[in-house]
Design a protein around this ligand. Structure first.
Ligand code: NAD
Length: 246
């Protein structure tokens, strides 16, 4: 049987590392991509069936090299997980253009660049793409003028690509995670935000990276063979309630 290959961006830690581990458990091989070479080496060192690639998803030349290295190592790519992301929680009037561009470069340009670069390889395998957005892309609130806008754009980009790439047999879906205890979240979630999330989420807790990974691997699998253009909120019920973001 053919071993399937996933390329996961932002794979050195958090949700991307959890997705990598779950793909491996399900018998896939994984090209682990991250711009943090030290953290990527530490995360990938003990894993069998992975190929670490240091690349920044917001830089076109590095994305092309990433694709070439992954194809040289594995010869095929069955799934692309556009997970690399950065967060900025700051009141809108104080957000500089440089900060805005930094968020857009990774969260939005990175999804576009990786998708463009890997579309030919994914057309060969009739593969799948999963983009990682956020509940901040579903609901507007304070503090997230750049982050929330970048994630709302990823949700729409998912639908655009689903419409365009369906004729090639490529499915494109999106996950909107609620708060998950990772380095990214802990850097921007002040204590009052954490408390408010607990109140706003029916399941009364943060999610675990593994719970987001389950959604990612499902959407990349044959079990989701007729699902495309969708956004799956993995959020403890937050989106269902209509309560505002903390
Ligand atoms: P994390 O900070 O733990 O991991 C993100 C990884 O992406 C890091 O290893 C980082 O080095 C890498 N990365 C960042 N920019 C990159 C770039 N330009 N090129 C290559 N690698 C890059 O974050 P996480 O919480 O695991 O987040 C993963 C994704 O999930 C992000 O897109 C994030 O926006 C989204 N998300 C997270 C949460 C949460 O609460 N943690 C909630 C909703 C959505």
């Amino acid at each position: 049987m053919t071993t399937k290959v996933a390329l996961v961006t932002g794979a050195a830690r958090g949700i991307g590392l959890a997705a990598t581990e779950l793909f491996l458990e399900r018998g896939w091989q994984v090209a682990m991509v991250d711009r943090d070479g030290d953290e990527l080496a530490a995360a990938s060192g003990t894993l069998q069936g992975v190929h670490p690639i240091v690349a920044d998803v917001s830089i076109p030349e590095q994305v092309d090299r990433m694709r070439n290295q992954a194809l040289a190592r594995f010869g095929r790519i069955d799934a692309l997980v556009n997970n690399a992301g950065v967060a900025l929680f700051s009141r809108a009037p104080s957000v500089s253009f440089e900060q805005w561009r930094e968020v857009m470069a990774t969260n939005l340009d990175g999804v576009f660049l990786c998708t463009q670069a890997l579309t030919p390889a994914l057309a060969e395998t009739k593969g799948a793409i999963v983009n990682i957005a956020s509940i901040s892309g579903l609901r507007a609130s304070t503090l997230r003028v750049a982050y929330g806008t970048s994630k709302a754009a990823v949700i729409h980009l998912t639908k655009q690509y689903a419409a365009e790439l369906g004729e090639m047999g490529i499915r494109v879906n999106c996950i909107a995670p609620g708060p998950v205890r990772t380095k990214l979240a802990m850097a921007v979630h002040a204590p009052e935000i954490i408390a408010a999330y607990y109140d706003a989420i029916p399941l009364n807790r943060y999610g675990e990276p593994r719970e987001i990974a389950e959604g990612i691997v499902f959407l990349c699998s044959e079990n989701a063979s007729f699902v495309t253009g969708q956004t799956l909120a993995v959020d403890g019920g937050f989106d269902a309630t209509g309560v505002g973001l903390p």
